[in-house]
Design a protein around this ligand. Structure first.
Ligand code: AMP
Length: 424
């Protein structure tokens, strides 16, 4: 199928062609006609599937084609609201709106917290058709009466599962209550949990369901490998991989903010340009670091799970799990950052003895066994080195076994602290 078969206007098709895309991705093939026809949509799709264009393109068409006389233009107030969980995603969605809408008379704006509100107020005053927002800052604008949601015709909830994970449900409900009753609703979520089902039940009217990446199915274009190693050798092994494979533009996942900072520093010290991105960094620092990474100035970006949501980089070749995630679903999110939209990618997980239970959980979730590799000089010992005591592992949500490598080198030393939860 070609984009020309989807019934999009010439101006939109031109913008898509200028991006170099000629074939719509599966979600685009399914979502675009449904949204153009005015249906509500429930889409199970991860980042990397082309979902942003999947809703942006038909929305642009509906706003400009005047195809639906139910939709009436009220001057200067937003007609479309896209809610996203993170600032990064808000910025990226709004960039997509501008990219695909560049030949159309459409104004868009992203509003998110962590930056001054006044430029956003000025932007809203100038008039906005498509507003992309994070929930907290949007409610600030509502409270200050600097935004009017009374003319919203299309409401998009992007990465709804992550919104719920981040505790935004009350904000979302408040926002929905402010929208006109008659509107089109589009809900995107990587997973379809009972909570999402409940949210969808109250929000969507006879939705068309689109399920392109069934939950827990890792992209097939991603080669996934496990390198078995010792916990205390992980840093050296990572450096070794960078050096021997001349890796560049690698997204490295660490489990904690502290761990991400320490790892970025260690790589940098070894001459591998690296920076960390996580929730404690200011918005300015996050934007700058992401920019440098995209431009290829950094060989490694060390990220925590939350911070990595919404990082949108074309053709990211490698993801390395320096540590496995707490929750197996996060593994699927992580490796979804590579092998996007049909590109080939490689996801490497460094797995030590302590992490074997998590690896098992992941393999159960993705329904396949991952290839194990051992690197010469980094062969795992038959048994894990002793480590300080951990809080008990009780089911999936328990704190995983984790200990800083330094502590592990002191077998039999005084039992100083419960290192598993210190830097969270
Ligand atoms: P998303 O899932 O929206 O985060 O998009 C993933 C990536 O795929 C983005 O970098 C898009 O620019 C890219 N993309 C979107 N649609 C297409 C397409 N039809 N063909 C190739 N790449 C695309």
């Amino acid at each position: 199928m070609q984009f020309s078969e989807l019934g999009l206007s010439a101006d939109i098709q031109r913008a898509v062609a200028e991006q170099g895309y000629d074939t719509p991705t599966p979600i685009q093939q399914q979502a675009i006609p449904a949204v153009l026809a005015g249906h509500d949509l429930m889409a199970t799709a991860q980042t990397g599937t082309g979902k942003t264009a999947g809703f942006t393109l038909p929305i642009l068409q509906r706003l400009t084609a005047g195809a639906n006389d139910r939709l009436s233009r009220v001057a200067r107030t937003p007609r479309v609201l896209v809610l996203t969980p993170t600032r990064e995603l808000a910025i990226q969605v709004e960039e997509s709106v501008r990219t695909y809408g560049k030949h159309l008379p459409i104004n868009s704006l992203a509003v998110f917290g962590g930056v001054g509100i006044n430029p956003q107020i000025a932007g809203l005053r100038r008039g906005v058709d498509i507003l992309v927002a994070t929930p907290g800052r949007l409610l600030d604008h509502v409270q200050q009466k600097t935004v009017d949601l009374g003319s919203i015709e299309i409401f998009v909830l992007d990465e709804a599962d992550r919104m719920l994970d981040m505790g935004f449900i009350r904000d979302i409900r408040k926002i929905i209550a402010l929208l006109p009753k008659q509107r089109q609703n589009l809900l995107f979520s990587a997973t379809f949990s009972p909570e999402i089902r409940e949210l969808a039940g109250g929000l969507l009217h006879q939705p068309v369901s689109v399920d392109v990446a069934p939950r827990n199915t890792a992209a097939e274009t991603v080669a996934q490998r496990v390198i078995e190693c010792n916990r205390e050798q992980k840093k050296d092994l990572l450096k070794h991989l960078f050096e021997t494979r001349s890796l560049h533009q690698v997204l490295v996942f660490a489990r904690t903010k502290h761990g991400a900072d320490a790892l970025a520093r260690a790589l940098d010290k070894a001459g591998i340009k690296a920076a960390a991105i996580h929730g404690d960094k200011s918005q300015g620092a996050r934007t700058r670091v992401l920019g440098e990474f995209k431009e290829g100035k950094l060989a490694a970006l060390v990220a925590t799970d939350i911070a990595a949501r919404g990082i949108d980089i074309d053709a990211l070749p490698y993801v390395i799990n320096y540590e496995l995630p707490n929750v197996p679903e996060d593994y699927v999110h992580r490796i979804g950052r590579t092998g996007r939209a049909g590109m080939e990618g490689e996801a490497i997980s460094l797995v030590c003895h302590d992490e074997r239970p998590q690896l098992k959980d992941i393999e159960k979730l993705i329904k396949r066994n991952l290839e194990r590799v051992v690197i010469e000089g980094f062969e795992p010992a038959a048994h894990a080195a002793p480590r300080p005591p951990q809080p008990p592992r009780g089911g999936r949500s328990a704190q995983p076994a984790r200990a800083p490598a330094k502590a592990a080198k002191k077998p039999g030393g005084p039992q100083q602290h419960r290192s598993g939860s210190r830097h969270r």
